[in-house]
Design a protein around this ligand. Structure first.
Ligand code: SAH
Length: 376
């Protein structure tokens, strides 16, 4: 994620929760196909509606144990607890920023760790979710890609991030927005993501409006087209980061395979098919893609497209040689784009004091013996 430090460590309020992890063979409820749950219930003489009750407890009832599912018979709750886990992931670490941003490091059943972030702004409650452990795209400035791709997340693991984040909110509040901008490339795990989003948007699920969900991609043309053809109202953000093929290949290595024009054509197709304006994200790296000439070239590239540009000043990643651009360079860059009639926003920094940028908390955890098993 592209949120970064701004608040000094003196202001930092953070809580730390660490639990030692051991592998639990019981499967998480959301990982078990419905037919299997129904068969399991039937074998115990239980009505099929129990399956719906259990799901409702997790999705709307905020239960984190079977014990809390008070309208299920006690014996059933005990049998459930012996066979399944209500949630497969647990909170290995919980950081709270002074701006109200929460960052969760979740430990999965196989001891892998992923991040998700809850952002609170006016009446918005946005959760930023991951779709993979690590990432295989290799964008040169991004912390998530440093160790490569470990594995895709399952639908249940994607949903559990939403559940954990939602459970942090007071009872009268609910999640309003999702940004799929955490670790991983969402379109490389599209099936699992779509299934999770179907639950997130369902009134029986989390009831989040599809128009309030943004999927950010490095730009996989075939997958963008597939997403467009589903005619959902999801918002698409394409990580552009450079105004021409040559520079983009240096920053985003997948450009060599996909080509810049194929990405733009797929994004145009997305707009034509769904009527949803595409956002182009552009991480600004000092002296690399932040010059006035880059802004002018970017304006030329996007002119005539129903596009919105989201500029993201680079968040420092330890060990990487890139730097944030200067305030003057940012002001100039924005002015050139706006002068060309483009719609531009600069991404606000959130949760800065808690390493809330893409993959950074997970990286920091690598060094810790309590969290290192399973982390490459
Ligand atoms: N794989 C998806 C999601 C990545 S995270 C994609 O490429 O879009 C969402 C955004 O944050 C992307 O635009 C990504 O390039 C950007 N990002 C990653 N690391 C960053 C960093 N250190 N500073 C600023 N933006 C970063």
């Amino acid at each position: 994620m592209a949120f970064s430090p701004q608040i000094t460590y003196n202001n930092l309020m953070h809580t730390l929760q660490l639990r030692s992890g051991s592998i639990d063979a019981r499967r998480a409820l959301l990982e078990v196909p419905n037919e299997e749950i129904l068969a399991w219930l039937e074998a115990r003489g239980q009505a099929p509606l129990r399956a719906r009750q259990m799901r409702r407890w997790l999705l709307s009832g905020r239960a984190t144990s079977f014990e809390q599912m008070s309208d299920l018979p006690k014996q059933l709750r005990e049998e459930l607890a012996a066979s399944f886990r209500p949630l497969g992931s647990d909170i290995a670490r919980h950081l709270i920023s002074c701006d109200g941003t929460h960052k969760l490091l979740l430990r999965l059943h196989d001891n892998q760790v992923i991040e998700c972030v809850l952002l609170q702004e006016a009446d918005r409650r946005t959760v930023c979710i991951s779709t993979q452990v690590g990432c295989g795209m290799g964008c040169v400035f991004c912390a998530s890609g440093i160790g490569g791709l470990v594995r895709n997340l399952t639908t249940g693991e994607i949903l559990e991030q939403l559940i954990h984040a939602r459970n942090l909110l007071p009872a009268e509040e609910r999640l309003t927005h999702i940004v799929v901008m955490g670790m991983g490339e969402p379109l490389a795990n599209l099936d699992a993501l779509l299934e999770a989003l179907a639950v997130a948007t369902s009134p029986q699920g989390l009831g989040i409006g599809a128009r309030h969900i943004t999927i950010s991609t490095v730009g996989l043309p075939a997958k963008i087209r597939r997403l467009a053809d589903l005619k959902k109202q999801y918002h698409l953000a394409v990580s552009l980061h450079a105004p021409n093929e040559e520079l983009r290949s240096r920053i985003v290595p997948t450009t060599d395979k996909t080509g810049l024009s194929a990405i733009l054509e797929a994004a145009d197709y997305f707009y034509a098919t769904t009527g949803r304006q595409v956002t182009y994200e552009y991480v600004l790296l000092r002296d690399i893609n932040d010059q006035p000439a880059h802004a002018a070239e970017l304006a030329k590239l996007l002119r005539g497209r129903q596009a919105h540009i989201n500029l993201i000043p680079f968040n420092d990643v330890e060990g990487l040689p890139y730097r944030r651009l200067t305030q003057q360079a940012l002001t100039d860059f924005v002015a050139i784009l706006r002068g060309a009639g483009l719609s531009v926003k600069v991404r606000k920094r959130k949760g800065a004091d808690i390493d809330a940028a893409c993959g950074q908390l997970r990286r920091a955890a690598l060094a810790e013996p309590t969290l290192s098993p399973g982390v490459r």
